[in-house]
Design a protein around this ligand. Structure first.
Ligand SMILES: N[C@@H](CCC(=O)N[C@@H](CSS)C(=O)NCC(=O)O)C(=O)O
Ligand SMILES: [Fe+2]
Length: 258
């Protein structure tokens, strides 16, 4: 895992945003819920965005942000995988950012640890946050921005964040590497899942749009086949769902834990 992450980090660090400037990127991991958290920053303005923080690792993230001399503008609830798209069209597909069911967001705690930062989540999630975003909204940090793309399916409020130069997309659980998030939490969202799909059972932590388009076993299904398979997964409910969802609807834990 460490080797793969390093390789990804080197590749990502060579990426350039729409301004042509190198972006600062860190991919971090929370092992209990297997959540990836991403830190994106502008080296010049030192402004940064944190995608999908987890409560238990929020102190780690806050420390890194301070060590790197970054100013966290916002954190956003999002994806755990990202793609390097040679073809932009797939990015307008449903990929996500959402109210998580497998862990409590670190957003509330980060608001205490890093005064001034604001929490962000989609309006359609129904969750509390300092800022609600919708499809088409841009989250700016220095010379960069994340474009918000609605990607319902895993949950109705899922969004995907696309870097403004279209070099990366953070898809959350909507689209996973070689898989996709479950769709039984909000079955009414299934209608929008015409092309979704896929997780990272093979240990991959980065992929490309082209790879998923051709190799993702769910992306290559017909809509009817996809709905049938997703409706018959019979997965056990996430272990933390009973307390994670209520907490995440309130933006996570709001005060530092003892
Ligand atoms: N075993 C873990 C995660 C269970 C789970 O349902 N995860 C979700 C994403 S988090 S909302 C999911 O969509 N999984 C896809 C799958 O195919 O399992 C736990 O209990 O926390
Ligand atoms: Fe999820």
């Amino acid at each position: 895992m460490a080797e793969a992450v390093l390789r990804v980090a080197r590749r990502q660090l060579s990426q350039r945003g729409g301004s042509g400037a190198p972006i600062l990127l860190r991919q971090m991991f929370e092992p209990v819920s297997c959540t990836f958290t991403y830190l994106l920053g502008d080296r010049e303005s030192r402004e940064a965005v944190l995608i999908d923080p987890v409560l238990e690792t929020a102190p780690r993230d806050a420390q890194l942000i301070k060590e790197l001399g970054l100013r966290l503008l916002i954190w956003a609830g999002t994806p755990r995988s990202f793609l390097y798209p040679p073809d932009l069209s797939l990015l307008s597909l449903p990929v996500n950012t959402h109210c998580h069911a497998d862990h409590i967001t670190g957003s509330g705690l980060l608001r205490s640890l890093l005064p001034g930062c604001q929490s962000v989540i989609s309006r359609l999630s129904g969750a509390q946050a300092d800022l609600h975003i919708e499809d088409g909204d841009s989250i700016r940090f220095g010379r960069f921005a994340l474009e918000t793309r609605a990607s319902p399916g895993h949950t109705p409020g899922c969004v995907t964040f696309v870097l403004n130069d279209h070099s990366m997309a953070f898809t959350g659980d909507a689209l996973l590497i070689r898989g996709c998030g479950r769709t039984d939490f909000q079955p009414e969202a299934l209608d929008s899942l015409t092309f979704l799909p896929l997780p990272w059972p093979l240990g991959f932590t980065v992929s490309t749009v082209e790879e998923e388009r051709t190799l993702n076993p769910r992306l290559t299904l017909s809509c009817e086949e996809f709905v049938k398979i997703m409706g018959n997964l019979n997965l056990p409910k996430p272990q933390q769902i009973d307390f994670a969802v209520p907490a995440n609807m309130r933006c996570g834990v709001q005060t530092p834990t003892a």
